[in-house]
Design a binder for this molecule. Structure first.
Ligand SMILES: *Cc1c(COP(=O)(O)O)cnc(C)c1O
Length: 708
């Protein structure tokens, strides 16, 4: 955190309010309700219009506006309070400073909409881990990519076909700072041993007490092809993808060295950054270790998390292109090409090519899958490799950063019911047990407000789109302008891809029509999600849903909301009644959106895949589906559940209009899911199973060195 940086200017900000810039430039504000309320209180409508981006807001205000704030006693008081809260948080000394500093590598981070460097679940998990490491005061730094072209910004044409547009990152409005070199220039670095040379600029994102460094290749020192290396996430061009991963792994490692960041533990989130292990190996060899010792040291100090149960989803490169790019590297390591290539071979599929997951599994002693179910699948997938290395894959089930995803209103009430210290003990089920005492009327009224917020947000999006001009007004109708806050609402939002079966509920349209247009228990469904630009079947599913949304027979009760991202997700996981998830077994490694929904009392209804076999207790949501998955049977079970159990329970009201049975389930979801699927529990598990072991490794290896 001590490296010099330059941040964007806030033109009219008076020195008395300089703290606002400091708060805006640290994403700490995004998980602190009071800091958010402070920005909201400046100008509520603008805050909404700016997409809750405080840097954008502060840059838009004129002198007059700031004058007015300086004369507003109540505002100043709250400003001083929040600024003090922020400084206290930042200055708190770590009580786990005894563990070796952790360098965390990931190809994407989902932190906030103002920094669109994520595509989905993997990124949000990485973002939540950094936030939690900050809250727990673990010594961690993150390494990632600046993608100037963002991820696809989703726009559907009038036939419902997803048109990819790039969502340019506006650097002046993003929560980033330039890392500076000794001369005060933007830090520029050459990625080691890659020919022709590639250069990167380095940016810093402040995630509470954790620094995340982003590598940017879109700079004038690179030729156009190199500039475009980090242009966008997960390019389908294999060469470019390999070069991306070289820059991330090897360049990322070089950035840490250049900044003099002392880290002794590497945590790789998914296979994309696995080349960092090569650079670490080279580093140890240069320090004087022989090859075998260096290899052992890399293994003993590195952690790898795998996120997919699908071999097709791992990155595999031809041996020829890997040896092409790593020619100089191999020479520098003093090994032969065969040895280097052998690290990436999957013994179950040796001729496939160089597999990034195999590389990471082989060179990291500590490894995990992301749910108990995924662990079983992964252990089979990599059985031979695990035997060869005499190692195992543990299960560490994902979790979500509670204060990021929970409703601010609910959080305030929890302060009263659980005691204001609850965040410190949030992984303790006993603490959460008391949330059963939350007032049912409060729960229901809060939920109803969230639902209204969600529908207003959707309608506001549609209104803007209408204003921009559309070829066909039915596009606007399909976006959800006819949704009704009184009606039972199902949410389905995630990446649109075949194995997640987003259109399962459309399996029998006649039966669905009866459910949606029921005379006194109507139902509506909100869909959202992007397809990867190269995923044609995913785009076809979107088109199918969009056409159903436009179809008058469903009377406006199906909506497809464009451009799913962090902002819409925050509204949906609070404002829907039911969170539907129906992946084909066993293809969902974990899933996290259902956790976000559950901690807000939005009930999860899911096939028994990913985290749900661990999370479902019979009272906190619903489970359906057969194993192995069968679309017809699964859809039929879902319709039965909706007709016979779920919808009737929702509409069963007492004399005060409260659905008591439903609210009991909401409370059960909050109580049972929050502690066990919190990022706190997850990071604590990483600590217990991996980080603390590596700490012991260092302790014993130092002792050995110093003893005579
Ligand atoms: C949490 C989240 C995801 C991941 O959800 P899954 O259930 O794992 O598919 C994807 N996108 C956004 C915007 C999220 O917030």
């Amino acid at each position: 955190m001590n490296d010099p940086t330059a941040s964007v200017e806030i033109p009219n900000l008076p020195p008395q309010l300089a703290g606002l810039q400091k708060i805006a430039l640290n994403l700490w504000w995004s998980w602190n309700a009071r800091a958010q309320n402070l920005f909201r209180s400046i100008e509520a409508y603008l805050w909404q219009e700016c997409g809750h981006n405080p840097i954008k807001l502060l840059r838009m205000l004129d002198k007059e506006h700031y004058e007015k704030l300086l004369g507003n006693e109540a505002f100043l008081q709250e400003y001083h309070y929040v600024y003090a809260l922020f400084r206290r948080y930042m200055e708190q000394k770590s009580d786990c400073s005894d563990i070796p500093p952790i360098a965390y590598f990931c190809a994407e981070y989902g932190l906030h909409r103002s920094l669109p460097i994520y595509s989905g679940g993997l990124g949000f998990l990485a973002g939540d881990i950094l936030k939690e490491a900050s809250d727990m005061n673990l010594p961690m730094v993150g390494i990632g990519f600046m993608y100037p072209g963002g991820y696809v910004h989703q726009v559907l044409d009038s036939s419902g076909w997803q048109q990819g547009q790039s969502e340019q990152i506006i650097k002046e409005e993003a929560p980033i700072e330039k890392v500076l070199d000794e001369k005060g220039e933007h830090l520029l670095l050459q990625v080691p041993l890659i020919d022709p040379p590639v250069y990167v600029n380095v940016w810093r994102v402040n995630v509470g007490r954790v620094s995340l460094y982003l590598l940017d290749t879109d700079i004038e020192q690179n030729d156009p092809w190199d500039r475009s290396i980090s242009y966008r996430l997960y390019t389908s061009d294999l060469h470019q993808r390999l070069r991306q991963q070289i820059v991330l792994g090897i360049g990322g490692y070089a950035v840490l060295e250049r900044l003099g960041i002392d880290f002794s533990l590497l945590h790789l989130n998914e296979g994309h950054p696995a080349f960092a292990l090569f650079e670490r190996l080279r580093h140890f060899i240069h320090k004087g270790y022989d090859f075998k010792k260096a290899l052992q040291k890399v293994r003993q100090t590195s952690v790898f998390t795998t996120h997919t149960p699908l071999l097709a989803a791992t990155d595999v490169y031809g041996f020829d292109i890997v040896s092409h790019y790593f020619g100089d590297f191999i020479k520098d390591l003093g090994i032969d090409t065969q040895t280097l290539l052998s690290f990436g071979i999957d013994p179950q599929n040796p001729s496939d090519g160089f597999n990034m997951t195999a590389l990471a599994l082989r060179l990291c002693h500590y490894k995990n899958a992301v749910s108990k179910k995924h662990q079983k699948v992964a252990a089979q997938m990599w059985q031979k490799l695990l035997e060869e290395t005499s190692s195992k894959i543990e299960a560490i089930t994902n979790g979500v950063h509670i204060q990021t995803w929970i409703s601010g209103k609910l959080e305030e009430e929890l302060d009263k019911t659980l005691g204001s210290q609850w965040p410190r003990f949030q992984e303790d089920p006993d603490i959460w047990y008391k949330s059963k005492e939350l007032d049912n009327r409060f729960i229901w009224e809060t939920h109803s407000k969230h639902k209204i917020h969600l529908l207003s947000f959707i309608q506001e999006k549609a209104r803007k789109k209408w204003g921009e001009g559309v070829p066909d007004p039915s596009i606007i109708l399909a976006e959800g302008v006819m949704l009704d806050p009184e009606i039972f609402t199902i949410g389905f939002a995630r990446r649109m891809t075949e194995y997640k079966r987003p259109d399962l509920i459309l399996h029998d349209l006649d039966r669905l029509e009866k459910i949606l247009n029921h005379p006194y228990r109507p139902v509506q469904i909100i869909f959202a999600g992007k397809a990867h630009p190269a995923d044609i079947p995913g785009k076809k599913i979107i088109q199918r849903i969009f056409n159903a949304a436009k179809d008058p027979r469903f009377q406006g009760r199906i909506a497809f909301v464009e451009d799913y991202g962090e902002e819409l997700a925050k509204y949906m996981v609070k404002g829907c009644d039911l969170w539907l998830n129906n992946p084909k077994l066993p293809l969902e490694a974990c899933g996290t959106s259902g956790m976000k929904a559950s901690i807000n009392g939005v009930l999860h209804c899911s096939t028994l895949d990913g985290w749900w076999p661990e999370g479902y207790n019979g009272k906190n949501g619903w489970a359906f589906g057969v194993d192995p998955s069968d679309d017809s049977q699964d859809a039929a079970q879902l319709y039965d559940l909706l007709e016979q159990e779920i919808v009737p329970l929702f509409y069963d009201r007492d004399e005060d209009g409260l659905p008591q049975g439903w609210i009991e389930r909401m409370k059960e979801a909050i109580t049972s899911v929050s502690p066990r699927f919190s990022a706190r529990r997850m990071v604590q598990e990483y600590y217990d199973k991996f980080y603390s072991k590596i700490k012991e490794y260092y302790a014993t290896s130092t002792r050995r060195q110093t003893s005579p």
